[in-house]
Write a protein that binds this ligand. Sequence first.
Ligand code: NI
Length: 174
Amino acid sequence: MAIREIITAPDPRLKEVSKPVDKVDDGLRALMDDMLETMYAAPGIGLAAIQVGVPKQVIVMDLARDGEKPAPRYFINPEILWTSDDTAVYEEGCLSVPDMYEDVERPARCRVRYLDYQGEIREEECDELLATCLQHEMDHLKGILFIDHLSRVKRSMMLKKLIKQKKLQEKEPA
Ligand code: NI
């Protein structure tokens, strides 16, 4: 396993649309292992493959709280089958939009079909944090960031800040 570099906005790769996976094999599982390690190290609760520069429909996630046993989850080629009319608002953040958090409103529940780590088809009804996180990560597969759900003014303010942060980091490399 290896920690990969996480791409941050406004990198154009984050706008790429990810392709479905043909086959769940050891190569793909190695990618998912790396993604999970990268996510834990960040730390974060969800990561899409495009965030490490791989335009494949792959998501890793772990919603276990501090002190709970790790509960890694893998979603390959996820498809939303249904979303609820009622919505929920969560303060979202993203490893590709570092240090910024904003409220985003999304359907409160959804039903999803996906392939798991072994390549088995699964269907699941999601609510609460899982529903929000999954919709956030699935947006990444379409080239959408959570800041794209905000007003144009807010988004451009955040992008300006991100560009400034990047310039500062370039001046003083870690
Ligand atoms: Ni994200």
